[in-house]
Design a binder for this molecule. Sequence first.
Ligand SMILES: *Cc1c(COP(=O)(O)O)cnc(C)c1O
Length: 415
Amino acid sequence: MPQGESGEEVKRPGRKVCSASTLSLVNEASNTLRATSFIHVNLDAVVHNVRILKGLAGPKTEILGVVKGGAYGSGMMPVVKVLLEEGVKELCVATVSEGVYLRQHNITVPITVLGNLVECEVEDVKRHHLIPSLSWTQPFTSYDKENLVYPVKLFIDLIGMSRYGVQPQDLSDLIHSLDQLEVTIFSLYTHFQSGITEREKNKRQLDLFLEATEPYLSRPLTRHAAATTGCVQGLGTDLDFIRPGGAITGLSSGNDFQDVDEFQQCTFRPAMSVVAKPSFHKLLPPGRGIGYNSTYETQQSEWIANLTTGWSDGIARHLSNNGAVRSIKTGELCPIVGTVSMDSITVRLSGAPDPDDGYLVISDDFHNTTSAVGLARRLKASVYEIPGNCSTRLPRVYSRGGKITHIFPSLSYTC
Ligand SMILES: *Cc1c(COP(=O)(O)O)cnc(C)c1O
């Protein structure tokens, strides 16, 4: 993506490891929450990312903000609020219940449900004015015709993922059936199958989509294709909408180095981090086993600290003796030693912990070890899974302009 005139890579500014403002915010949050570990979501990063997305989109292209999965773990309502403030006019979710949740929280903008509509959902979809996606007429056929006039989106599965979607050769039949049922078609969309580095494959899919949908352009419907990957690739970004999710909270759609490099070059910024301050620490003599099954043994006299967050909060057990947390003050990496347990992890420090310091368990950057992309690589996971798996037991802190705006104590946050 952004390249210099001569095609050379644009140098990105390095990130400071120590940020006094981050540290004071972390300490304030910890005192206010009276908790040592929590999720921090920096809403400034969300604002920044939405503006970057606007810049990647064509001049007449609007944003459909995808906020499924609790806005990819960063929190649905706080992220939606920023999106609406930034002029995003429509939202997408994956399930009808997510759409109902938004309606119950007084969100009135159009909401598209990206999953495939099934019959038992039609009632809720109608009551809450959600726009369902459809690949076949089945959900409607048993329905009272009078009640049917309803906008739908068609998901076109052009050489796509074979998950949802109508095959291109079946499109005209489906549209014909919907016309018979007097169902309004709101838009036609596709979702790219391939990753950031596979631009040619996605380009082929886009071309097929444009060709298959061309005959319907005289109708008042919109077309869209680009999610995060398409936005980074510049594919389909000049259609009626772009449809990004991950990029809104600065999450790359791929985790290999080249994917992340191209994503980073767009200057997206991850919004979410998990921060912890030690709840206990001690200097152990050599030969002490740490944690369940003693999977780590001290080699010498070692400082070991407990952080109160474990796999029940979403910190993968596979990080046992296989990951590290990072000091906010010094940037020092402290290895996770012993087994990640349900409620805590143990880390090896180079000295007694500084009471003013905090540790990033998931960092809001692209760090090879501690960030969502780094963890995804290590865990062979999707980048989206890393924040998406954090449970509601971790308290949450939202900030803007370096100031805390919202606090959700443990278990009080719903979505
Ligand atoms: C999840 C999803 C998106 C958003 O994808 P990102 O990679 O998060 O930007 C867009 N469209 C569909 C159909 C989806 O399922």
